[in-house]
Design a binder for this molecule. Structure first.
Ligand code: GLN
Length: 287
């Protein structure tokens, strides 16, 4: 079987398996297998017969994908904000929605010289690393609890050749929050799915770490606790920016207001869904 025939067969298999974008996915998997972007292959390369090893590897990839493993895990790398991120079992796959949080954080740093940025629940590191990439003078610190995620976080810092400090710890731990001071910006995409959301997850998302998704019964566990815990880690006038799930903007704004944040703002993602809520630690408060 030639590469061209193998590609057609793979695409057909993925389509028959009910995947939404069989052509795109077959292209990604073929690139993974052959080491060349599918659309850049020459006619000679396309006419090349598969080796027995390639044939076996292709079957394995197709079987695993059809069994519900995320495409991104099979590829081992995924793009976020134009940058490459190592991904695999044990770490949340960076979502395009989260690029909205990066955009909002970039806006929030405007006019701040050498901003100090904290990324809480950093996971793969996509948010903090994208910010460090865009803001070479920023001092970025990423906090993550999961050992599996931390391994990806370190790899991704190296892969993107940025300076990001890593702290292994739980963002709901008061001592940890109390030990960190002086941030201009805090960004966070905490777990925010409710128990009902978790019960209805598509197969691919079920393969992602529960700890990165589970926001407690109503999905709001982290938003309820983090604003007060981390308020004093911000400089006066500093901003906290949260990614949120669909429909959570009112509740999350409420938590920020109750914890003493002002200048509350809500930003939509590219689909027009409220995706980021931010608030400011008041400047010049008397204590
Ligand atoms: N956006 C993810 C999803 O819908 C959830 C990420 C999170 O909980 N922070 O699958």
């Amino acid at each position: 079987m030639t590469r061209r025939e193998a590609f057609a067969a793979l695409r057909q298999q993925l389509r028959a398996g009910g995947l939404e974008s069989p052509e795109f996915e077959a292209g990604c998997l073929a690139e993974q297998l052959f080491g060349t972007a599918w659309r850049l292959m020459t006619p000679q390369q396309l006419a090349q017969p598969l080796t027995p090893e390639e044939d076996a590897a292709l079957h394995t990839l197709a079987r695993r994908r059809l069994a519900g493993e995320p495409l991104q895990y099979l590829l081992g790398e995924w793009e976020f904000y134009g940058l490459p991120f190592a991904v695999g079992p044990g770490v949340l796959i960076p979502r395009q929605d989260t690029e909205t949080l990066v955009e909002c954080a970039l806006q929030a740093t405007e006019g701040i010289l050498a901003p100090s940025i904290l990324d809480l629940c950093a996971g793969s590191g996509c948010i903090g690393i994208a910010l460090a990439h865009c803001l070479p003078d920023a001092r970025v610190t990423a906090v993550e609890r999961s050992q599996d995620a931390l391994a990806y976080l370190h790899r991704n810092i190296e892969k993107n050749a940025v300076q990001v400090a890593v702290i292994a710890g739980d963002v709901l731990e008061p001592e940890l929050a109390a030990s960190i001071r002086g941030a201009d910006i805090i960004v966070s995409n905490p777990p925010y799915l409710s128990a009902a959301d978790l019960a209805a997850l598509q197969k691919e998302v079920q393969a992602e770490p529960r700890a990165a998704l589970d926001g407690g019964e109503d999905g709001l566990l982290f938003y309820r606790q983090m604003p007060a815990l981390w308020l004093e880690s911000l400089k006066p006038g500093g901003r906290l920016l949260f990614e949120i799930g669909m429909g959570q903007e009112e509740a999350v704004s409420g938590f920020l207001a109750r914890a003493g944040y002002t200048n509350l703002e809500i930003f939509p993602d590219l689909a027009g869904i409220s995706r980021v809520v931010s608030g400011r630690r008041p400047a010049g408060e008397r204590r």
